[in-house]
Design a protein around this ligand. Sequence first.
Ligand code: FE2
Length: 347
Amino acid sequence: MASSHAAAAPFLLVLLLQLCSSGLALPSKFIDQTCPPERLPAVALLSNGGPFLCNPPAPRVPVAVFPHDVDPVQFALNLEYTEAEFFLHGAYGAGLDEAAPGLARGGPPPVGARKANLDEETRRVVSEFALQEVGHLRVIQQTVGGFPRPLLNLSADNFARVMDNAFGYRLNPPFDPYTNSLNFLLACYVIPYLGINGYVGTNPIIDGYKTKELVAGLLGVEAGQDAAFRTLLFRRRGEAVPPYNVTVAEFTDRVSALRNRLGRCGVKDEGLTVPRELGAEGAICTNVLSADRDSLSYSRTPAELLRILYLTGDEHVPGGFYPDGANGKIARSFLGKPRGANESPKN
Ligand SMILES: [Fe+2]
C-alpha cells in the first residue's frame, strides 16, 4: 500500500501543478457540481496526441508579439472586463474579485451588478460564458500584459438608460436586466456583439503570430456567444417583452439602431429581423447573425466602440458603462482632448 501511495505522489503533484499553472483554481462556487464523474468518450480519447502530427507549421514571421500589437489587443480588456463582470454576477452573484481577483489588477469593483433571476437553461449558458471570460482576461494579460479593471457601471439604471435611448422615450417601468431571463438576454444583446466588431477591427493592424492566433481565438468565442444569445432571442422574436407592448425583435432592432447612431460610422449593426435587402444575399429578412452584404462580421475601431459604450457618441466624453472612461493607452489617449481633435493613429 505504502509503495502505491508513494508511486501516486509525483503524479498528483504534477496534476496539481498543471491545474495551478493553467489558472483553473476557481473557488468551489464556480465549479459545476452536476457534471458526471466519468469522461465522455469524445474527450477521453483526446488526452494524448499519439503518433499524429498536431503542431501547426512554423510561422512565416517568427515574431510572437510586435510592439504595435500591444495597445490594440490590450484595449479589448475593457470589453472583456465588462462581459466577465456582467455574466459572472448575473449567473453566480459574484464577480471577478471572487473568481480570479488577480485578473482585476486592483481596479475598482463594478457598480450595480447583481445576480439575475434566470431559468436553468439561461443560467447554464451564462455561467459557461462567464467562465470563458475569465479565460479571455487571463490569456490576454499573459500575452500582451494588462491594466487595472476600469470602473464599470452595470447597474439596472444604466441598462434602463440604454433602452430609453434606444426607444427615444422612457420605458415604464424602467428596463431591468436582472429581473428575468428574457431581460438578461436582451441586455446580453447589448455587449458581446461589440467584442466581435472590435476583434474584426483589430485583426488587420496586428502582426505577431501569437497575437493573431489570440485574436482569432477570441473572435471565435465572442461570435459564438453572440450567436447563442441571438438564437435564444430569435426563438422568442414575436413575444412582447413584459410589461412593454414591444416585441423581442423590435427591442433588438432599437438597440442595433442606437449603436449605429452612437458609433457614427454608418450601419454596422442589425437586429434579429431586417428588410430583405439587408438580409443574406438580399434575399431573406431572418437575421440571426448581423453581417454585411458579403455576410462578413462588421468591424469597429476603438473610437467607435467607446462612443457606443460611453453612450455619449463621443470617445472623448466618458459615461455609460465606463463612468471614468475605459483604460489602456488607446482609450486614455482620447480623454482630455476637445471634440474634433485629431484621433490617435491607433484608433
Ligand atoms: Fe470574451
